[in-house]
Design a protein around this ligand. Structure first.
Ligand code: HEC
Ligand code: HEC
Length: 366
């Protein structure tokens, strides 16, 4: 078999690695972790704590971290790009010889038109293990590397929560069954071309229903689905936008539906409970990660009884530059970010100029 074009590595994020490590490297890692807001702790591995955290810094770890094992996915993986890999790659399935812990396809656009080649997928599990994968020439990635089981996992689906650990009469806890793939939880980021996107929820390998022993990212992140494909790119939707006469439908909407998805979209977007702390009766996690906004609409929407504000509510033709939706998504010069969704526009970005020009022209529903 020819060597896989895909690379992947697994290593520990923090100094918790067992292997020997040079002290200066350790000091550097600790210092760097303290600087970053995304410091991993087992306590913040819940739906609320890990919601909008920046990715771990794999470059740093690549350079000086503890490599706990390379685990290259076997094979070429050139087929069924964008399909749900787990339909076949599941125990007892058509491709049951290759059961993946995670697999999928990354694109450069949410409609799955261009595969992202050489994109990086990063997963961090409850023990702080970081797994990285690199997409091949059709955008595919896959691994059989185990993902740690969360002893305090809960499975949440369609509003109902199944507690997977047991609280005993004496108050002690019997951990969730580590062979149940619903307890194998991770947080994910994808990066490519200088851009990074994070998954909002903590996902279980086995879905949340207990009926799927495996799943793949493409199960939910399909090109035409409401969440869109798994995509990441710094590429502009309109590299050469018209200088004037900007239309909401023709120009603004495509920019919004590429950049603001999967967060500001219609319908129920509640963060799912992942661990015991999310279902703490005194302080349960209830987070609408769309923040009550639907930016696939001009003046708002009501879907499945959930009403949301539209894009028009967050722009001001009287002071276009100061429009909240532009301020929020514009990168700040000092590198800080005003927005949980990220600061993804430079003022000279073509897509940003499209939005600004449309607001300047009166923010019409045209
Ligand atoms: C419709 C079924 C099906 C789907 C969907 C599918 N595969 Fe496969 N895959 C197979 C079969 C069948 C094999 C061969 C199994 C064997 O040799 O026992 C295979 C083998 C593989 C192999 C190892 C051999 C090789 O040729 O590289 C990789 C890697 C792989 N698939 C990746 C993926 C990825 C990634 C996805 C999702 C993007 C995916 N597959 C989706 C059926 C499928
Ligand atoms: C990864 C998820 C995500 C993405 C993508 C995202 N946002 Fe957000 N956005 C949030 C969250 C969460 C909040 C609430 C917290 C905050 O204000 O930072 C928010 C808040 C906002 C607010 C603040 C509104 C208020 O009431 O204060 C605006 C405006 C906004 N987003 C605009 C945008 C626009 C425009 C885009 C796309 C160009 C976008 N966002 C993409 C998650 C996201």
């Amino acid at each position: 078999m020819t060597p896989s074009p895909q690379r992947e590595q697994r290593y520990r994020h923090t100094s918790a690695g067992k292997n020997a490590m040079h002290r200066p490297t350790l000091a550097l890692l600790v210092f760097a972790s303290l600087l970053s807001l995304g410091l991993y702790t087992a306590e913040d591995f819940n739906a609320r704590g890990r919601r909008h955290q920046p990715p771990p810094s794999p470059e740093l770890v690549d350079q000086g971290g503890v490599l706990v094992g390379a685990d290259n996915g076997v094979g070429e993986g050139m087929h069924y790009a964008g399909e749900d890999c787990a339909v076949c790659h599941t125990p007892g399935g058509k491709a049951g010889r290759y059961v993946f812990s995670i697999a999928g396809t990354i694109y450069e656009d949410r409609f799955a038109r261009r595969p992202a080649v050489g994109a990086r997928v990063m997963l961090e599990d409850v023990e702080g293990n970081i797994l990285t994968l690199t997409t091949n020439s059709v955008g595919n990635y896959w691994t059989t590397t185990p993902i740690a089981s969360n002893p305090l996992a809960v499975a949440n689906h369609g509003g109902a929560t199944t507690v997977l650990y047991t609280t005993n009469p004496d108050g002690s806890i019997t951990p969730a069954d580590p062979s149940d793939s619903r307890t194998w939880q991770y947080k994910a980021w994808i990066s490519h071309d200088g851009a990074t996107r994070h998954m909002v929820t903590i996902a279980p390998v086995g879905g949340a229903t207990g009926t799927t022993p495996r799943m793949s990212c493409t199960m939910h992140h399909a090109g035409m689905g409401s969440s869109g494909a798994s995509w990441v790119s710094s590429r502009q939707v309109f590299p050469n936008p018209p200088a004037s006469n900007i239309s909401f439908k023709k120009h603004v909407l495509p920019v919004l539906s590429s950049r603001c998805v999967p967060c500001h979209i219609p319908g129920n977007r509640m963060t799912r409970a992942a661990t015991s702390t999310d279902i703490d009766p005194l302080d349960p996690t209830t987070v609408d990660y769309s923040d009550g906004k639907d930016f696939t609409s001009y003046d708002g929407s009501t879907v499945d009884g959930v009403s949301k504000d539209g894009f028009r509510d967050f722009v001001d033709p009287g002071a276009p530059d100061l429009s909240e939706a532009l301020l929020k998504t514009r990168k700040r010069s000092d590198g800080t970010v005003a927005h949980a969704g990220g600061g993804f526009f430079d003022p000279e970005d073509a897509d940003y100029r499209v939005l600004l020009q449309w607001v300047t022209e009166g923010a019409l529903d045209n």
